[in-house]
Structures are given as C-alpha cells and as structure tokens.
Design a protein around this ligand. Sequence first.
Ligand code: DGY
Length: 332
Amino acid sequence: MSDRPKVFVSRVIPDDGLRLVLDEADATVWQDDMPPSRDELLRSVEGCAGVLTLLTDRVDDEFLDRAGPQLKVVSNFAVGFDNIDVAACTARGVAVGNTPGVLTETTADLAWALLMAAARRLVEGDRYVRDGHWRTWGPMLLMGPDVHGATIGIVGFGRIGQAVARRARGFGMRILYQDLHRASPAVEAEYGATFMTLEGLLPQSDFVTLHVNLSEETRGLINRERLGWMKPTAVLVNTSRGPVVDSLALAEALQNGHIGAAALDVTDPEPIPVDHPLVGLDNCLIVPHIASASRATRGLMATMAAANLLAGVRGERLPTPVNPEVYDRPVG
Ligand code: DGY
C-alpha cells in the first residue's frame, strides 16, 4: 500500500498541474472527456484525502459522506464554486480551493469578443458567406450598433468586471456599474465608472455584461421584468453563470425585439439542448463555456488547483482557500 495521499482528479487537466499531482499523490485521474456520472464520482472519491473537482461535479453532503472523514480538501478547477456546498465542507473541516486571479484577463477577453461579435454580427456574417448569400456589397447589410462611444453597464464590478471596464475605456465608452458594494472613489476614478442601481443601469446601457457569482441573490437576476427595462437595441453578454439569466425570458425578449441581441458563454441548462428556444435565434450567439480557455490560463488554473490540492492533503493552508474560516474551527 502506498503511503502517498490518495486523491481523485475528476478530469484530465493540463499537464502543468497534473504532473505536480502525479509526482506527489496516489492519484486516480478520470480519463473520459465526459465527466464521471454521479455514481462513478461517488465511487471514485471513497477514501480520498483530496479531490480535484470541476464545475461539473456537485460536492454536497452525499459526496462528503461517501468520501469519508479523512477527506481534507476539495480543490475546484475554476474560480466559481457554486457546484460546491461550501458550508457543508467547512462544517466537516474540509478546505475548499478555487483559482482566482489567473483567469481574469482571459475571461474579460472573451466577454469582449462576445460583445464585439454580437454587436457587429460576426457569426451571422460568417454564416451568410458560407451559405452562399454574399452576392454584392449591401448598404444595409448586417448593420449593428457601434461599440465605441456606447454606454456599457457592468453588473458585478469585481476583478473580471473591472478588467472589462479597462477594455471599455479603450473604446471610449461610458461606463456604468452595479455591485453589492460600491467601489472606492479611487477605483471609480480609475475607470471613470458610475455606480448605479440595476433600475438605473439597464435602461441606459447599450451593452450589459454580467460578472456576478451565482448565489441565491443572483439566480434569475436578469428576469423578464428586468429584460423589459433594457433598450430594444441592447446587447446582453453573459460570461458569469447561466442561471443568472432566465433563459426562457431571454429567448422571448430576443424573439419579440425587446432587446437586440445576446452573446452567451454560459447557459441554463448547460450544455444547452439544441432544441432550446435560444439556439437557432440569429440574434443569440452561444459558445460552450470557454471564457477561461486560453492555453496559458488553463495551465495556470491547473497549477493553482494542484497547489491547493497538495497543500490540503499535506495538512497545510491552501494558497487560495474559499473557506478560510475552516482554519478557525475548534480542533477535536
Ligand atoms: C470559472 O473558473 O468559474 C469558469 O467558469 C471556468 O473557467
């Protein structure tokens, strides 16, 4: 029997991190492209000291029961951790890690790419050419709104929201933002950003981009009523989590011209079925949750997730714990 800590890694992650795990732990790595089924996941975590999870793995009491009391750490390969019941982990003394910071700029790049692509109708244009419809230059062909000089409403003004604001500044945009907490005057001045309620922000924004965590407060934040507050020409960009937007209400708003377009990296449900009303709408662009998918960033995420996992199984403090309160629990 190996005296190395037993860990489960629920998908093949970039080598930068995987190598670190394999060097130090007795690791089982799920090899399939598809995630383990619930049963397979529960079976795989039995007796583990650490588990490296993905956002497709639900970590809850059932998972923790099956893993057993020796479990020390759950290290999520993502900055978001809405797949994990953090309170349940804390109650059992299990540290939870995530990968903040390293994916900020890459995610903002994708949000920007979606915003530009939806505004300038790039996917529709590409399809138009490939389908053989391009017969001449057209004075009215595939017109869309200008990005430069427009008003952008950033909902969630944390690391990624602010990274989007930096891009918006470069395009000479007016920047509005909404967040649970108002940013400091210095941050507002740095971005030239104006704090607003959603009621104020949505009717004024040509582009609305979402950068909030998924929580009970933000689930369904962009609902039918709030979509109704937006401009008929507005573009909605979502790179946060699918359930932040009511997807059926969004489909209706896009179909009825209540808003202009949407560009989504995340959907509800995920993956989105091809017969979902959002799929097939020309004014809805959807990509498969790839905001952090640059080679460099995924490598950094892997290294960080491995560092959290290995610190946890050694009994050390995680470099980036989600639940630092776990270290304040009385021992014994
Ligand atoms: C995250 O990290 O939360 C993203 O959704 C995947 O990179």
